[in-house]
Write a protein that binds this ligand. Structure first.
Ligand code: ADP
Length: 161
């Protein structure tokens, strides 16, 4: 049984994230979507909300498990018998920091291998922060996020941090 972990802040989960999870789950037996407890400086959603939205968005994928974590990813994978870290690459700009992170993780734990999936081009422009910005400015984000995320964003209201 090969277990993958897909870590991120998921503030909130977008269709780009969901595509990576769905594709990873075709390769691995289980995909743990691990929501970072520290979701950045000014998160739109708190941890419980981010976890809930990941669960609701991926409810149909039986290979998915959702968890949250803080501290070193390498410690988490050791403690939970995870085989690989999965990351998505949107553009060359993602590569540099992901390359550094993957190298550091392997230094910290020589078994910590990172597998990269390149984005489906229809999601290449998608990031959580851009979706939030478009939403705050009143743009239509329906095609970028799942229905539960869209509803939760509407509940938060435009301009609400
Ligand atoms: P973001 O970068 O959108 O704020 P996260 O920090 O939650 O999101 O990202 C977690 C992982 O998902 C990273 O590996 C990131 O490169 C990847 N990712 C985010 N959006 C996409 C996308 N549209 N297509 C492919 N991978 C993505």
């Amino acid at each position: 049984m090969k277990v993958a972990i897909y870590p991120g802040s998921f503030d909130p989960i977008t269709n780009g994230h969901m595509d990576i999870v769905d594709r990873a789950s075709k390769v691995f037996d289980k995909v743990i979507v691990a929501v970072l407890i520290n979701g950045g400086k000014n998160p739109m959603f708190d941890l419980d909300e981010r976890v809930e939205l990941v669960k609701k968005s991926l409810v149909n994928n039986k290979k998915v498990e959702v968890d949250s974590f803080t501290g070193l990813l390498t410690d988490y994978i050791k403690e939970n018998d995870v085989d690989v870290i999965v990351k998505g690459l949107r553009a060359v700009s993602d590569f540099e920091s992901e390359f550094q992170m993957a190298t550091m993780n392997r230094k910290l734990n020589e078994n910590a291998e990172t597998f990269f999936l390149t984005t489906d081009m229809k999601y290449a422009h998608l990031s959580s922060s851009l979706v939030k910005e478009v939403f705050r400015l009143g743009g239509d984000i329906e095609e970028f996020v799942s229905k539960p995320v869209l509803d939760a964003m509407i509940d938060k209201g435009v301009g609400d941090e």
